[in-house]
Design a protein around this ligand. Sequence first.
Ligand code: TYD
Length: 207
Amino acid sequence: MSKGLFISFEGIDGSGKTTQLELLRQRLEAEGRSVVAVREPGGSPVAERIREVLLDASIDGLNPVAEAFLYGAARAQLVAEVISPALDKGSIVIADRYLDSTLAYQGYGRGLDKGFLNQLNQMAVSGTIPHLTILLDLSPAEGAVRRRGTVPDRLEQEGLAFQERVRRGYLALSCQQPERIKVVNAAQLPEKVHEEIIYLVTTYLKP
Ligand code: TYD
């Protein structure tokens, strides 16, 4: 078992993960802790290259299974190159999306077989599972309002019904793994959301 602490953030597009991750990072660093923040897909040179393909809105007709493998490939590289070594050193790793995104988006969103996706995830992460996953829950309509004015990437172009399936998928996952996946209402003010996240994280922090 590694010495570090692993926290992932999940949620639909526009749920505020990136903002909240940054607030948490600042808070932990202010306490003098070693923090490594990563984002998926990406977070390492190879995985950033894979990200370019995955989010390129001009790519049409990417096969859903191929898409899942690409997310898996990016994750395998990130775990091997960044996450595992950081946890071994005792750092706190915070990830903007991780393995639950694949189940929510490719599984519940696209309808791919969950058994296949679980296997893919297992191979990619080789036992590196977050201690805590914070699910920022928001309605797709509200997520769309928050994203207004930004250029949609390939997944964001899928529309509200897709985002709704993803949201329900996330909530189903949190019911299946209530010890790890904690739901936070992302429609609250950012400060309130941050406060709830700190409350959840504190339980896992060594003094
Ligand atoms: P990104 O720009 O990082 O969006 P966000 O700020 O919402 O995280 O794009 C990531 C996109 O990739 C997002 O739409 C979700 C999608 N995704 C999957 O479909 N499967 C996955 O396994 C991962 C990690 C992301």
